[in-house]
Ligand binder design. Structure first.
Ligand SMILES: Cc1ncc(COP(=O)(O)O)c(C=O)c1O
Length: 461
């Protein structure tokens, strides 16, 4: 119960009685410790009466405080000062690296999730062609080179309301999540999924729901149940899902879109599709944006195909979300290097680049299939029909990693990819098994490690 004297103390600390003034004054009281974590705030009615303003004004102040995560409103039980979200950081992401727990340096590190640099297109000709151009006239220029935007729109899986270019898919995920997800929001992700996405959502303070992935993509029955919890966002990877290597079928994309519409929340949910594999994926791109173009934000990375240091991804789809992210970015870096955008534009239709991409796709598929074949002969279950990674079922995660480490092979532990319980697993970037690797011997080592039993202790989630 809130006393009159507390309401009076709070009211006395507020000079500007606009909604914004009330919110900033309360924000200052929280930062200074005058209002402690867990403290109950006066009701809208109590404070509005004391300040002589309308309840709508105080309600608006409460809403903006809740939006930035300073307070939480528990309906009739009142509003309370919230525990701020922790410093966050790439906790799970760091655990993925094979040497993160000092298992040592590896002759063959398959934990990285990175493309084979020998399969990336040669950038020299394109770099030489763009170096003399003057590409930026004003800091407020449109962030995307017009010809690049045209080329990207032409390649987009659906007609995007807006399209922009950012510094890679991770930058895109970060910027879109900041627009769409607020503290306490429910958010659906694939299970298992990309650890940095889980770190990012944890940092924002989202309530994450993991939905299992099968050979065709997200399980629709589980998704339907998750949609009942009114999520604000659904994150998925349409191709070469990291870590499972699954590409979503056309039928599954249709069923997922149907489930979203049937849930009655299609107007309040944003679907964020991370096509991180892009041009190295062999599977067809089946976007939810073909069905729900105004609610889908599709991300297309050029890191795996054209090079992680081009650091470029295109983001296109739902206009309200993409405009909000692009406008916010104008208060930061504003745009991604136009020099790099011009390089990408040069590469998109370049014959040598197209041939290099086609070779890379075939080569990644060959390496993956060779490993899968040997694993299946040894009765080791793995998934991965696209991209550079394999998700391998193991008897014991820790023992498997240690067994491989003893042979100089690094693998990513499965635990950082998890939201729910899941059989012990590890992720191996078998796309890195290049000309100098003995694929057969490596696959045999993986199979032996997968069947090594141990203490049953898992890595920390
Ligand atoms: C699912 C997923 N999203 C995003 C990324 C990062 O993409 P980018 O290099 O474009 O930031 C990766 C890289 O492995 C990934 O697997």
């Amino acid at each position: 119960m809130i006393t009159d004297s507390l309401t009076l103390d709070i009211a006395n600390g507020i000079n500007d009685r606009s909604a914004r003034g009330i919110a900033t004054a309360i924000g200052r009281m929280i930062s200074s410790g005058e209002l402690v974590i867990g403290a109950q705030l006066p009701t809208v009615r109590q404070l509005s009466r004391k300040l002589g303003v309308s309840p709508t004004t105080v309600g608006e102040a409460w809403r903006s405080l809740a939006e930035v995560g300073a307070i939480e409103t528990l309906g009739r039980n009142g509003s309370f000062v919230r525990q701020p979200t922790g410093p966050g950081g790439p906790r799970r992401y760091r655990q993925v690296a094979a040497d993160s727990d000092h298992r040592g340096h590896f002759a063959l590190d398959l934990s990285t999730g990175t493309p084979d640099s020998s399969l990336l297109p040669d950038l020299r000709t394109a770099l030489a062609r763009v170096s003399s151009q003057t590409l930026t006239i004003s800091y407020l220029d449109h962030p995307v080179l017009p010809q690049l935007e045209e080329a990207l729109r032409h390649r987009w899986p659906f007609v995007p309301e807006e399209l922009t270019v950012v510094d890679g898919a991770m930058d895109a995920l970060d910027r879109i999540a900041q627009v769409v997800v607020r503290l306490g929001d429910r958010v659906i992700v694939e299970h298992p999924t990309f650890p940095p996405l889980l770190d990012l959502l944890e940092k924002i303070g989202a309530d994450v729901i993991g939905v299992e992935v099968d050979a065709e993509g997200m399980n629709v029955e589980a998704l339907t149940a998750a949609l009942e919890q009114k999520p604000t966002a659904l994150f998925l990877q349409p191709r070469a899902q990291n870590p499972t290597g699954v590409t979503m079928s056309a039928q599954r994309a249709q069923h997922i879109a149907n489930a979203i519409v049937a849930s009655g929340h299609s107007e309040s949910i944003t679907i964020i599709e991370d096509d991180h594999a892009g041009d190295i994926a062999v599977g067809e791109l089946n976007s939810i944006g073909n069905h729900l173009p105004t609610r889908t934000v599709h991300i297309r990375s050029y890191s795996k195909s054209h090079g992680p240091d081009l650091r470029l991804a295109a983001v296109g789809g739902a206009g309200d979300v993409i405009s909000a992210a692009a406008n916010r970015r104008l208060l930061g870096p504003g745009w991604s290097s136009r020099i790099l955008q011009a390089v990408l534009l040069e590469l998109l239709d370049d014959q040598a680049t197209l041939e290099s991409l086609s070779h890379a796709r075939a080569e990644y598929a060959r390496r993956r299939q060779e490993v899968v074949q040997i694993l299946s002969e040894r009765n080791v279950f793995s998934t991965g029909t696209d991209g550079i990674n394999l998700w391998v079922r193991v008897s014991d995660e820790r023992s498997a990693l240690m067994t491989l480490a003893a042979q100089g092979i690094g693998a990513a532990p499965g635990t950082p990819f998890l939201v729910n319980t899941h059989p012990d697993s590890m992720r191996l970037t078998v796309g890195l098994l290049g000309a100098t690797s003995d694929i057969e011997a490596t696959a045999q080592a993986i199979a032996s490690a997968a069947t090594t039993s141990g203490s049953g202790r898992r890595g920390q989630r």
